[in-house]
Design a protein. Structure first.
Length: 262
């Protein structure tokens, strides 16, 4: 499982304050903690409180790069903000994200190609989030088709079926799980899949339990990557154990210890 740490996000008050005051130490502390906990990449989001994201995003990128040598996932709805981060990034970058709308695809696939970046494609469009796997599959296929048309490698594409909170969209969770499996038959090679895990428990009680359970289920449905909190040790151990049961890891009595040493 490819783990993208979610915690450097301006939606969190302490991160928003660190971005505002340009407190490198706190940002770098969160970067190091997430990598030490098993994150393979780090999501960077200036958050809604940022008054100057064109300045804040490259500052975040440079600050994190000083502390860790990992891929970065640049998270913004504004292509210019993403490009500002791309311009100073040293390692491979994941652009988070495009929708299936043609105007978004044109801009963000071009950015990904110019900067040799990977791209997350959300299975939604201007009409909103689909209500079933068929609609999700159609939008995901549109994204794959556009990328192929523009010679953007499907191997650099992650498809996100868009997870909704279980407390307001309970019936959607099985549709999301089924979509993870269906996305794999869109093309050859198959596109990778990714979810923003914490979305499922937004506004719910027992958030960590909901996250862990859904993550184990999504792993069984073929999930490749997730944006999540790697500091939740129990969550990380659920992922490791789920992959062990699916024969993606070699069993030994100390399999958790062996995984962390790897």
């Amino acid at each position: 499982m490819f783990i993208v740490g979610e915690l450097i996000n301006g939606m969190y008050k302490n991160i928003a304050e660190a971005i505002k005051t340009k407190d490198k130490s706190l940002i770098q502390e969160y970067a190091l903690k997430q990598v030490q906990a098993g994150a393979d990449a780090l999501d960077l989001n200036c958050g809604p409180a940022s008054k100057d994201p064109l300045r804040d995003m490259p500052w975040l990128v440079e600050t994190v790069q000083e502390a860790v040598d990992k891929p970065l996932c640049l998270d913004s709805s504004k292509p210019k903000v993403i490009e500002a981060g791309l311009m100073v990034a040293k390692n491979k970058v994941i652009i988070n994200s495009t929708t299936a709308d043609l105007e978004k695809l044109e801009i963000l696939v071009d950015l990904a190609k110019r900067y040799n970046a990977k791209l997350i494609g959300l299975a939604l469009n201007s009409k909103g989030v689909p209500q079933d796997k068929e609609q999700r599959l159609e939008l995901a296929a549109n994204i794959v088709a556009y990328c192929s048309e523009k010679d953007f490698s499907v191997e650099d594409l992650y498809l996100d079926p868009v997870v909704l909170p279980v407390n307001v969209a309970q019936a959607q969770q099985k549709e999301v799980l089924d979509s993870l499996r269906e996305f794999k038959i869109i093309s050859e090679p198959a596109p990778k899949t990714i979810i923003g895990l914490s979305n499922i428990s937004q506004g719910s009680c027992l958030r960590k339990l909901i996250n862990r359970t859904f993550m184990a289920m999504a792993t069984a449905f073929g999930l490749d990557a997730a944006i999540l909190d790697p500091l939740d040790k129990d969550l990380m151990e659920v992922i490791i154990t789920a992959e062990l049961i699916l024969n993606k890891q070699i069993y030994c009595d100390a399999f958790l210890e062996a995984y962390y040493k790897k």
